[in-house]
Design a protein around this ligand. Sequence first.
Ligand SMILES: N[C@@H](CCSC[C@H]1O[C@@H](n2cnc3c(=O)[nH]cnc32)[C@H](O)[C@@H]1O)C(=O)O
Ligand SMILES: [Zn+2]
Length: 434
Amino acid sequence: MKKLLIRGATILTMEGPDAIIDIGEILIEDGWITHVGLPGSASGSFDMDEIIEADGQVAMPGFVNCHTHASMTLLRGYADDLPLMQWLSEKIWPFEGKMTSEDIYWGAMLACLEMIKSGTTCFGDMYDFMHSVARAVEQTGMRAMLSRGMIGIAPNADNALAAAEDLARTWNGKADGRITVMLGPHAPYTCPPEYLDKVMNLAAKLKLGINIHVAETLTEVADIKKQYGQTPVKHLDSLGLFKFPVLAAHCVHLDEEELEILAQKAMGIAYNPQSNMKLASGIAPVAKLIDLGATVGIGTDGTASNNNLDMLEELRVGSFLQKVATMNPEAVPAYRALQMATIDGALCMGLGDRVGLIKEGMRGDIILIDTREPHMCPQHNLVANIAYAANASDVSTVIIDGKVIMQDRLVLTIDEERVMYEVRTRAARLAGEK
Ligand SMILES: N[C@@H](CCSC[C@H]1O[C@@H](n2cnc3c(=O)[nH]cnc32)[C@H](O)[C@@H]1O)C(=O)O
Ligand SMILES: [Zn+2]
């Protein structure tokens, strides 16, 4: 049995605002958190395989990015300052049409590198060539929920269904259980009802949840209303989608009825504040959704609409945006923002029994944040310092599934130079190709 002890850290367990252990220790055995307590309380600390001395650091659950398109790192900075539909159809989709399976692998490798270096241990992805993304997840040691994006109006729509089934059969539960799979119909405006029926049949057959973009822009709401006579969430509900565990991304424009449907029936909602700001899509009514009891996690979306994968930045902006949108400084307070970026994101992807808390019985997905920095001094309030003042580069150590993946900012599973070289070269080729 492999035993890893983290000691000396302040532990932000995320089990509750007061569930903070000033100086404590965490024991991880074979990837499982088996003990969380005061110094010297872990039994048999003499026979550890590895001990991490974490004085001056905060140990907390790794961030969970519940909505992204990892391989879009290849498109970072390629198309900016456009509205969603024009951005997708004129810039993003033509570029993506040229991407090969190897391009997508290297794009995902860069995303994993960037995520690990900013404290993200688990992400939810929707893209093409998902075997490549799965390989990157397996090799880098990350945890991920993967969905093959499916565009029902595309000529390859039936192939996409087959690819989704293949992804599920090959990778669900693989990489030591770090990979799970959901089905990824892209959005109501790209997936007509007949296609969503096929998706739901497959979801029933394979017992999988559904990951979909919903109600992202006013254009989408108007188009769906015009085509189907209903608002997007209501439309999906009428089709029976919410009989399945659904992770709904964006949910920016919702009426009262849709708020209720989501709060009562969705497994989770992925709030992507910076993507929604950059594409000028709008502001998701997250404070309301939370009041109604919905589970809301945080996503960065892809790096063509963000343009990074930094969850600390995302949760801070997400919190501040809710405050200004509601003109209420109490909306999404610091602790809630951290919850959304950890346990709630895990719940959104059906992983809440596994990750998102530092608690006995959970898998060991833990990050250490060095608080001995000028921008975190003094420490009146640890939670506020992490949520509102910390930087991604303060994350010193990342442990995923009980394995040390980054130590003192050195990522042990990735050749950084190689990954950046590959992405630079491939991005240049793709941008230059006609
Ligand atoms: N190209 C695929 C599947 C698409 S995967 C998911 C898609 O979502 C796109 N995407 C990224 N961000 C957003 C967003 O905010 N809203 C809608 N689509 C997005 C992304 O560029 C990608 O094309 C096929 O062969 O069917
Ligand atoms: Zn998206």
